[in-house]
Design a protein around this ligand. Structure first.
Ligand SMILES: C[S@@+](CC[C@H](N)C(=O)[O-])C[C@H]1O[C@@H](n2cnc3c(N)ncnc32)[C@H](O)[C@@H]1O
Length: 271
């Protein structure tokens, strides 16, 4: 069961809403546009997109998301918005060209592109699904450079404390083989090369430093996909508890109010 381990509480953090809002602003949407929200999750970004385009005629936001349970939460979260504007489609970005048939004005892929293995295939399909002049925008805090040097002590201490707690309290440890298989994240330059190599022109490319609070780290420790990456093979309950315990301990020992993390924001144009 992953229902208790959603992004819901993390997505309410003001710093998270801010980086998503910033990306949406950089894309310069207009009322009446047709927009895809890839990896829409529980709808935090979908809501922002609706507020940009909804007041124009023919506006549509297509929320594409592989997890049926996330779609159900998103439907509930967005039920006060017009059904006429939002359409939910279940599926992964890898099936973009099958899921989105008519050309759209913009595609967003927020906080999820790092989860895709075949990024080039997705970028090519997004390019094919955009009208001329359309934009592809994404942000991620899982790229090479997301953890600034001054945050490394915190990350080391967080994981050390979490692993010790997991071992001592639950007699558990992450699966080392699965950990070793975890892919190296792309760098900012890798993303730019990926886009430009597939016909896009990169219009915006920003790194935004975000001071993350302890609550932010506790909330991300409640999210299934983060837990799977940080503690592969460990059941969600104990892994989440250990990660929260580790974050609290590291904040306290290092006397932190916040710990910095970088978000990469990119807007690319089909010309
Ligand atoms: C961290 S959440 C981000 C949700 C939302 N976009 C936001 O920014 O708040 C990542 C989402 O990507 C979805 N996801 C995972 N793999 C995906 C894929 N291959 N294609 C599209 N979405 C995917 C997950 O189910 C999850 O809902």
């Amino acid at each position: 069961m992953t229902d208790n381990f959603t992004l819901e509480s993390f997505s309410q953090n003001p710093f998270y809403q801010e980086v998503n809002r910033r990306l949406v602003a950089l894309a310069r949407l207009r009322p009446g546009q047709r927009v895809v929200d890839l990896g829409a999750g529980t709808g935090a970004v979908t809501r922002l997109l609706v507020s940009e385009v909804a007041c124009g005629e023919n506006a549509e936001v297509i929320a594409v998301e592989p997890s049926q349970s996330a779609i159900e939460v998103a439907r509930r979260n967005l039920e006060n918005l017009s059904d006429a504007v939002v359409r939910f489609v279940q599926g992964g970005a890898e099936r973009f060209s099958q899921l989105v048939r008519k050309p759209v004005d913009a595609v967003f892929f927020c906080n999820a592109i790092h989860l895709v293995k075949e990024k080039a295939a997705v970028v090519q399909q997004v390019y094919g699904g955009l009208r001329e002049g359309g934009t592809f925008s994404f942000n991620t805090s899982f790229f090479q450079g997301a953890e600034p040097p001054e945050s490394l002590q915190f990350y080391r201490r967080w994981m050390m404390k979490a692993l010790r707690f997991l071992r001592e309290q639950h007699g558990l440890a992450p699966d080392k083989a699965m950990r070793a298989l975890a892919r190296q994240p792309l760098s900012r330059d890798d993303y730019v090369a990926l886009l430009e190599g597939n016909g896009f022109r990169v219009r915006e490319n920003e790194i935004v430093p975000v001071p993350m609070t302890l609550k932010g780290f506790e909330d991300i420790s409640q999210y299934s996909l983060f837990i799977e990456g940080a503690m592969p093979g460990v059941p969600f309950g104990p892994a989440s508890e250990a990660l929260k315990h580790g974050a609290r301990g590291a904040f306290q020992e290092l006397g932190l109010e916040t710990s910095p993390r970088n978000w990469l924001l990119v807007v690319a144009c089909k010309e």
